[in-house]
Design a protein around this ligand. Sequence first.
Ligand SMILES: Cc1ncc(COP(=O)(O)O)c(C=O)c1O
Length: 365
Amino acid sequence: MDVLEELRSYREKDIPYSRVLSSMCTIPHELAVKAHQLFIGTNLGDPGIFPGTVELERKLVSMLGELLHRRDCAGYICSGGTEANIQGIRSARNLKRRKDPNIVIPKTAHFSFEKICDILCVEVRRANVDEDYRVDLAEVEGLIDGRTVAIVGIAGTTELGQIDPIVELSKLSEEKDIPLHVDAAFGGLVIPFMDRPYPFDFANKGVTSITIDPHKMGMATIPAGGILFRDESFLKALEVETPYLTSKMQFTLTGTRPGTGVASAYAVLKALGYNGMREIVKRCLKNTRILVEEMSALGFEPVIEPVMNVVAFKTERAEEIKQELYRRRWVISTIREPRAIRFVVMPHVTEEVIKNFMGEFRRVV
Ligand SMILES: Cc1ncc(COP(=O)(O)O)c(C=O)c1O
C-alpha cells in the first residue's frame, strides 16, 4: 500500500468533528490552514534563523495583549494551555522565591495544575466554589500564607465555562502582593467578544499573567497556546542560557517550537478582526441556547445557566449516556461534580450538528 493511502486509512478511523460535542478544539479556519502551510519548517527555538517569524510572534502577542487591555505585555505562543499555565506559575514562583512555595487555585481548575504541582514542586491548595461554581473568596484568603507565590482565577472553567470573580481576586492579590494568574485558555477568545464582557484581564492591576489559547476558540491550527505577562520581568524570571544557538537566552519551556501556530492564529485574528470574532462567538452562544432548549424539552436541567458556549446537564446516568453515545460514534463528556453530561458548542457545532445529535440522543435516552 502507498504510504499516503496507509496514512489515510489511519486518519479515517478518527471521529470527524461533526460528531464531537466535547472538545475545546475545532476545525481550523481555512486561512489558518494556509498560514500553517506557509510556516511549516519554522523553528522559533532558534530565533536568529527565523527573524521574520519572531517579528510575527511579537505582533501576535501585542494583538492578544491589546485585546486583554495591555498592548505592551510580554509573552509568547506556546504549545497550549498546559504549558501556558506551567510557565505562568513557574515565573511567579521564581520571582517570589519562597521556601516550600504554594499556590491557591479554585477546585474547578483544569487538571494541568496537577502537573504543575508535580513538576514545579509547589503545593497546590484548592479553594471551594460557591453554588454558582465560582471560587469562594473567603476560602482563597484563608488558604493564603507567607509561602503563597501565586493565586489562580479561571475565566471560562473547563467543565462549566464559569468565570471566577477576577476583579475581587485581583484586589486580594494587590493587597497581599501575590501574583494573580488568570487561566483564560478557553474564555480569553470568547469573553472579549460577548455583549457584556466580564473584566477578567490586565485591566485589573493584580493580574500578572494570562493563559489564552488560539487553538481553542481562535480556530488556529494545533499547537497554538498563549502565555501573556504584565511585563518583561516575568519572562526574565524564566530565562536560561542557550550556549550554542543564535540567541543567548531562552524563556520558553520547549526548545524547538513551531511558528505554525503563530502564523495561523495571526491570520485568523487579522482577517476576521474583532467584528468577525464577535460573529463567531454570537453564533456559538446562539447554538448553546438551542441545545439548552432541546435538552430542557427532554427534561434535562443545566448545572448553571450557561455563561459561555460550555454547558452541562444534570443526570445520574451521565457516564452510561456518554458511553452509549460513544459506541454510536458521538462524543460528549462528563464532569466531576455534580453528575452531568457536558457539551462545548464550538464553531463546528452548527445547528445541523445539534439536530443530528439530538436525533441520536433521543434514541439513547
Ligand atoms: C481552562 C483550561 N486551562 C487549560 C487547559 C489546557 O489546555 P491544553 O489542552 O491546550 O494544554 C484547558 C483545556 O481544555 C482549559 O480548559
